[in-house]
Unconditional design. Sequence first.
Length: 139
Amino acid sequence: MANKSYIQSSLSAGEQIEAVFKLHWLNWVHVWLWVLLAVVTVGILSPVAIYKWLSLRCQENGVTNKRVIHKRGIISRTTEEMKLSSIETVDLDQSVMGRLLGFGTVRITGRGISDLVLKGIDDPLQVKRQIEGVSNPLR
């Protein structure tokens, strides 16, 4: 039996995954720089390279028919979740480089002072559309 992702294992009754959002490939560049430095330093920086790789590998971002989820953590786990019914706005932040390479930040604002921020997301405009489409199926 394959390991389930956090999103799969945390589904409640009647909840289903609508989309899982990938990190853009550019997030991995600094990981490969650490790997290169680990090789150059004959393995001294290997723990840092491994930590950087695992921290990205253990991130999950997605939307279900009930909530938006951002999970991170290697051994410990930190999650930020927002119910779809609480979403007020879904904002997109893309630099010029982000527009050219197809990455950006999606900020989901909920009632009160809560924000859920998905940084370095691949195709952020599509992510925004998917979240808005699930949170308000009439759009």
